[in-house]
Design a protein around this ligand. Structure first.
Ligand SMILES: [Ca+2]
Length: 481
């Protein structure tokens, strides 16, 4: 209860100042856009790999609209999701914290992602980026996949979002033998409006809804979180009829090209409504492309696949566009992460992240705005596979830790010795282990890892800085009324 009370007082405090700011805005006619906090659109693709779009080197998928974000904005080439899979990755984007900090690194049964009718959810006591922005007077909407708890009290409508159209978990979690799961529910706020959801039409309907939300809120700041269903977790992505069979890379390529179309529709709407120069678009993926036979997605030139702590599993493509504010045609090679969204957007909205708790992310406005000599605020970044700390990065170096029992499908590392050290700048594909040449670097990164173990925990050992998850003792399925 203590956490929830603190959260309420935080929201009350920032809400009061936002209300005052609103009154000041409406009381006097200011020039359009002057000092107005930006609209924010976060487009999150699901399982789309580092090498899946043209502006990150893909030569097969046609992605002119996403590439336009790079031409008119900044590419972040050392940008990380905090996990190789959905639930923990999204928990970080929402809270600005490592998954273990908010205990969303695994489910009650030790699975990596939440399944339907889950006991666990993101604690209602956590403060989401939607709540921070709502308290600053933003309209807030989520269109797409939530995956932070499917029980009523864990839904996005209870975590700062005014409206929701989308699915509560992954699109491959459908009714099946031996699982008492309901038909895949499409939700409008807290009601199921379609089950099973017609997955092939989701990207198109999400896009239409996004344009409705943008249009309805064109005169006030809005936060639109658009976590797409695709390419997603199904063996063959569900694609709209207009895009099926149109790419040169099967349904995976079709879905990437449909996502590109969607991005183009949103850009056209912003242009039509005159919102270009007051809208920040952040485009990214929640984790790398998983390994499939035959091959589908691409994490090139990074090594490894989604669902692991390899670079290809957790380093994702990221683009930022805000004409006049975010430099156009620039590449940022500094380390940044999805945890930076909450603190950065809080400051852009004239607020601040919650101060009564640890937030792992940083305000990266200097990187976003391309300030000369701006550096990554990260001393170190930690790679967890479910509950196990497997690697640490500091500056250009990544150390895969020696582990007696390494879990998951990632890179094999000797159980003893210093671990494997790679220079991610000079050796992007991690082909040369240079641990023997740099014992000082190994020692420094090993010390960082030890601090993470104390603070965030490792395996069954709880970290001193972990906060509890939400728990629903009697979970129910989301079904049609
Ligand atoms: Ca995912």
């Amino acid at each position: 209860m203590g956490t929830a009370l603190t959260r309420r007082s935080f929201l009350k405090a920032v809400g009061a100042s936002a209300a005052a700011a609103c009154a000041a805005r409406t009381g006097r006619a200011a020039p359009a856009g002057a000092n107005r906090p930006p609209n924010v659109i976060v487009i999150l693709c699901d399982n789309l790999g580092y090498g899946d779009v043209g502006c990150f080197g893909n030569t097969v998928h046609r992605t002119p609209h996403i590439d336009r974000l790079a031409e008119e904005g900044t590419r972040f080439t050392h940008f990380y999701a905090t996990s190789g899979v959905c639930t923990p990755s999204r928990a970080s984007l929402m809270t600005g914290c490592y998954p273990r900090r908010v205990s969303m690194h695994h489910t009650d049964t030790g699975d990596w992602v939440l399944k339907p009718i889950a006991h666990r959810g993101l604690s209602p006591g956590e403060v989401t980026v939607a709540e921070v922005l709502k308290a600053r007077g933003y309209a807030t909407a989520i269109i797409g996949k939530w995956h932070l708890g499917d029980q009523l009290r864990f839904l996005p409508t209870r975590q700062g979002f005014d409206t929701w159209l989308g699915i509560p978990y992954s699109d491959d979690m459908t009714a099946r033998p031996n699982k008492p799961w309901p038909p895949l529910p499409l939700m409008r706020n807290e009601a199921v409006i379609e089950a099973p959801a017609d997955r092939a039409t989701l990207t198109q309907r999400y896009t239409e809804e996004a344009i409705r939300v943008i249009t309805a809120n064109k005169d006030r700041p809005f936060f639109l979180y658009l976590p797409h269903a695709t390419p997603g977790s199904t063996r063959s992505p569900h694609v709209g009829e207009a895009f099926r069979g149109k790419s040169k890379n099967g349904t995976w390529g079709d879905s990437v090209e449909e996502l590109d179309w969607s991005t183009g529709e949103i850009l056209a709407a912003l242009d039509r409504l005159g919102l270009d120069d007051r809208t920040l678009i952040l485009w990214m993926s929640d984790n790398g492309a998983p390994r499939r036979k035959p091959l589908q997605g691409s994490n090139a030139p990074l090594a490894g696949w989604g669902y692991t702590t390899d670079e290809g599993g957790m380093r994702v493509p990221c683009l930022a566009r805000w004409p006049g504010r975010v430099p156009a045609g620039r590449t940022c090679t500094e380390l940044a992460t999805t945890m930076d969204l909450l603190p950065t957007l809080a400051h852009l909205a004239g607020g601040a992240p919650p101060e009564d708790r640890t937030i792992d992310g940083h305000d990266i406005r200097p990187l976003l705005f391309g300030e000369p000599r701006a550096k990554s605020p990260y001393e170190a970044f930690f790679y967890y596979d479910v509950d196990q700390l497997q690697a640490v990065r500091a500056g250009r170096w990544k150390l895969y830790l020696p582990l007696a029992k390494k879990r998951g499908r990632g890179r094999k590392v000797p159980a003893t010795g210093p671990g494997l050290l790679f220079d991610l700048v000079a050796d992007v594909a991690e082909t040369r282990n240079v641990a023997a040449d740099h014992p000082d670097v190994v020692a420094r990164l090993t010390a960082h890892a030890e601090r993470a173990r104390q603070d965030l925990g490792d395996g069954a050992a709880r970290g001193a800085g972990q906060r509890p998850p939400g728990h629903e003792p009697k979970p129910t399925p989301r079904t049609m009324a």
